[in-house]
Design a protein around this ligand. Structure first.
Ligand SMILES: Nc1ncnc2c1ncn2[C@@H]1O[C@H](COP(=O)(O)OP(=O)(O)OP(=O)(O)O)[C@@H](O)[C@H]1O
Ligand SMILES: [Mg+2]
Length: 267
């Protein structure tokens, strides 16, 4: 059954969509059946996979309105191991508002996602920034959260808010929800604050809640985004891509470790 991760952060532009796509592509390169589900009506993930609104008819929005079954929404990618479900097509602000409201239908999305968990090894949710019903809905479906943290002071200041939301979701709706890790992103030694933020995170967080992998600030990500391909597909040997492949390997090793540490019923 698939392991399910919600990519969440309080602050916008912290690398959620870039992480979802490149981590998803990395798992696919490692031949794990991966499903990326976009819950952000901005539709950045679809753009980053080279899809235009005309390339798909429906998305999660239609599922939440009872107009579509989740299996009808699966969109293939250039890699057979990576599939995608778009957020949907929105033609005005009112439709986006309604989608945010539909995010409150927690059990509907959870049931639908549960019904495809056997078809995949990994499910990743991209979410809109901040404390909102769609991020909550993703966390309600997830085993754990990945929190991309841009290496800059403002992002660090917003970390307690998203941690509070994770705690609240765990207490109220999804008791199994865990924190997979804080992921330091856009790391660049040329910025004075980068090292300070990194040190603060390492000092204040238990080591197992911060990924060892750090994602560097590299132009390759924006360039690949414009090309409509995750950097991991566009240029697999670039340092940018290798960082996400390393993150996937770190997570795979952790998943294997956790499986080994589950006590056998016979023992
Ligand atoms: N490691 C990186 N190095 C350089 N640029 C990056 C990196 N990660 C993301 N970016 C760029 O930063 C911008 C924001 O990234 P992204 O869209 O992934 O953030 P987000 O958290 O999904 O934003 P939002 O909150 O709006 O959904 C994009 O232009 C992206 O190409
Ligand atoms: Mg995004």
């Amino acid at each position: 059954m698939a392991k399910t991760f919600a990519i969440v952060s309080q602050k916008g532009g912290s690398g959620k969509t870039t992480t979802t796509l490149n981590l998803g592509a990395s798992f696919a390169v490692r031949k794990l059946r991966t499903l990326v589900i976009d819950l952000d009506p901005q539709g950045g993930a679809a753009y980053g996979l080279g899809l235009k609104p005309g390339d798909y008819d429906a998305g999660v929005n239609d599922l939440l309105q009872g107009r579509a079954d989740i299996r009808e929404l699966l969109v293939p990618s250039e890699n057979p191991y990576l599939r995608f479900i778009p957020a949907g097509r929105f033609s005005n602000v009112a439709e986006i508002d309604r989608f945010h409201n539909l995010g409150k239908r927690l059990s509907l999305l959870r049931r639908a996602v549960m019904s495809v968990r056997d078809l995949c090894d990994i499910i990743l949710f991209d979410t809109p920034p901040g404390e909102n019903s769609l991020a909550v809905s993703a966390m309600n479906c997830a085993d754990s959260v990945i929190i991309p943290l841009q290496c800059e002071p403002l992002a660090l200041r917003t970390l307690p808010q998203i941690l509070r939301l994770v705690r609240e979701v765990k207490t109220k709706v999804n008791p199994v929800l865990g924190i997979e890790g804080v992921l330091l992103t856009m790391y660049d030694v040329r910025y004075n604050f980068t090292e300070q933020v990194t040190e603060q995170v390492w000092k204040n967080f238990p080591r197992d809640l911060v990924f060892e992998t750090i994602i560097p600030r590299r132009e390759d990500f924006s360039k690949a985004f414009i090309q409509g391909r995750p950097a991991v597909f566009e240029n697999p040997l670039s340092p940018a891509s290798l960082a996400y492949l390393q993150l996937a390997d770190e997570m795979i090793a952790r998943l294997a470790q956790n499986m080994l540490s589950v006590p056998s019923p016979i023992a």
